[in-house]
Write a protein that binds this ligand. Structure first.
Ligand SMILES: [Zn+2]
Length: 598
């Protein structure tokens, strides 16, 4: 056994950890590398690389050996030779940086693929309104579009900017003046609200006697007498109409759109994603993903979901997830997590917030259903070993969700057999920070939102004091919570933002990509995250959220060989050029899925 193993520790931790590392690497590699008693030979060996393993010590390695899709050796150049056999392919990476496969733990490939429909299909598609645009410009566009498409039974289009209208939102009469006879449904740019005309309400029989599907969240704006005024918040219309299901192109087109989206993610290093939901278009989207999986065109691992937006979906959610699992699962497409839209967004004033909205003092938003219902649902998920992902955008929804997890744990008397994660978390009450660690609730963040100027319309609702403490990611990391990352993107025009390297740059700088280095930094400045922490969240943290921690998330012996080979070293590159990093190759389960190795 050769113990002269050199492992290079993470730069920033080198001094502190040097002693420990030499001890641990001897132990770890002594087992895996130096005693191939069964004379294992590798299918694939990568040497002369700078491999950032994201193991528990953030060890750097020089070489890996892969057999049947798993790592059988991680360590030095010198010792990998023991795994070379006659069939082994060996590549010299010429000191390229290697990361574990990147895990995007919440995004929406189905929505992106659907929203790329435009006019390309027989149906109305998803025509693009001018953007940004005034109310008058939108109405002029609508009039023109309506005249050009006299045969359409319904006009579905987008998008209007959320802060075009005041607190009362847009009204149906404005649309009625232009299109009185056919239903009109216009989406906003957050995806959280819609603007409809009177014909739309008539078609679906929605009137002043129709209750709000989820009071405080999924609601109809109303006139004083209760009549729906024309602005629909969140999933108010979902019992009658799913715009994503309606907008979806025919299946061959959807398959190709999805392939484009997933290939983009894969080329940028994503090897596993969690689908954050499809709002009623589940079957169309998963039939298309399955088609890619069945024809060996699915370039990454894909965790599908059942998406709860309204209380009435809770009783059927587990059986629906099981149905999706049995109908669509394949080699790379799996289903183990249910998603709940547990509140809304600040922009639409539908997030459940502790203190009222700054510009709407009667309103604290709401959760989609009570904490008691959530506790009971978590207990059911525990029995089924199914996981849960909660959209908890604000401090009060996050607090209620944490309480529900705590209550469920107390009832069971031990840690739960369902993993409950939360996402967005724009605001967290300071007393709740440590509860994410204590209750084992992963916190997912979308780092490309953390620059100045990309998201609009959120400052007014929450006011300056709360705006200055959005996204307390560092506080959670410092406390020891599991933090994961995601691109949470829903439109093809924003596909470029799904690159993890785009998000890494914004999360590292808290400035938008392209902003001058001396431009304003989104406060608080101490929330500029380290690259070590960002990589950890995008690999190990996300693997943990999705319950893949034993299989994925780091480059260690026994784990599945998903990895990304970069054209530049993340730790050497200028912090304003991280976005430009492109993988030269991506390996999925030991197979080169993108790029080439020479
Ligand atoms: Zn989402």
């Amino acid at each position: 056994m050769n113990l002269s193993i050199t492992i290079i520790p993470s730069k920033s931790l080198m001094v502190i950890r040097a002693t420990l590392i030499s001890f641990f690497t001897i132990v770890i590699l002594g087992v895996s590398a130096c005693s191939p008693s069964n004379q294992q030979t590798a299918d694939l060996i990568l040497t002369n690389a700078k491999i950032y393993t994201v193991d528990s010590m953030n060890t750097w390695a020089e070489a890996v050996a892969i057999k049947e899709g798993k790592f059988i050796y991680v360590g030095t150049e010198q010792n990998v030779g023991a795994f070379i056999g006659p069939q082994t392919k060996t590549y010299d990476l010429k000191e390229a940086m290697v990361l574990p496969g990147i895990i995007d733990a919440h995004t929406h490939p189905g929505s992106i693929a659907i929203r790329d429909n435009y006019d390309s299909t027989k149906k109305s598609g998803y025509p693009n309104m001018p953007y940004p645009a005034s109310k008058e410009e939108i109405l002029a566009w609508l009039e023109n579009y309506s005249k050009k498409n006299p045969d359409l039974e319904m006009i579905v289009a987008g998008v209007w900017q959320i802060d075009t209208f005041g607190l009362t939102g847009p009204i149906k009469e404005d649309l009625d003046q232009v299109v009185p006879d056919r239903p009109v449904f216009l989406l906003d740019d957050t995806g959280h609200s819609k603007w409809v005309n009177s014909a739309f309400f008539r078609k679906f029989g929605i009137d002043k006697n129709t209750p709000d599907p989820a009071p405080g969240v999924s609601i109809f704006s109303r006139k004083p007498d209760g009549e729906p005024a024309g602005w629909l918040k969140e999933a108010a219309v979902m019992p009658w109409f799913s715009e994503r299901d309606y907008m979806a192109p025919d299946q061959p087109q959807l398959v190709e759109n999805l392939f484009r989206v997933l290939s983009h993610l894969s080329k940028h290093g994503v090897t596993l994603l969690y689908d954050g939901g499809n709002s009623g278009a589940e079957d169309k989207v998963y039939a298309a993903v399955k088609k890619l999986d069945d024809t060996d065109r699915l370039p990454l691992r894909y965790e599908g979901t059942y998406h709860i937006r309204l209380p009435e979906q809770v009783p059927i959610a587990i059986s629906e997830l099981k149905r999706l699992r049995s109908e669509y699962s394949g080699d790379r497409l799996k289903f183990n997590t249910i998603k709940i839209h547990y509140d809304g967004v600040h922009e639409v004033r539908t997030s459940a917030i502790f203190e009222p909205y700054s510009d709407d003092p009667e309103n604290r938003g709401n959760t989609t259903f009570s904490g008691e219902v959530l506790t009971d649902f978590i207990l059911e998920l525990h029995e089924e070993k199914i996981d849960l992902h909660l959209h908890t955008n604000s401090d009060r929804s996050a607090h209620i969700a944490l309480n529900a997890v705590e209550n469920a744990r107390n009832i069971i008397g031990k840690p739960l057999d369902t993993r409950v994660s939360t996402c967005h978390l724009e605001l967290i009450h300071e007393d709740d920070i440590s509860r994410f660690r204590e209750l084992d609730v992963p916190a997912n963040f979308t780092l490309h939102w953390n620059g100045i100027g990309y998201l609009t319309g959120w400052e007014k609702p929450i006011g300056a004091e709360r705006a200055a403490r959005r996204f307390s990611i560092q506080a959670l990391i410092d406390d020891g919570a599991t933090v994961s990352y995601s691109s949470d993107t829903t439109g093809m025009t924003r596909l470029y933002r799904t690159s993890p390297f785009f998000s890494m740059q914004v999360g590292h700088n808290r400035q938008e990509v392209g902003a001058a280095p001396d431009s304003e930094i989104l406060p608080p400045v101490n929330e500029r995250l380290s690259l070590e922490d960002i990589i950890h969240g995008y690999t190990k943290g996300s693997a943990y959220q999705l319950r893949y921690e034993d299989k994925l998330g780091s480059i260690e012996v026994g784990k599945i060989a998903d990895l990304v080979i970069l054209d530049q070293n993340l730790f050497d590159i200028n912090r304003y050029n991280i976005n430009e990093i492109t993988p030269t190759a991506v390996i999925l389960g030991g197979e080169i899925i993108q790029g080439i190795l020479r």
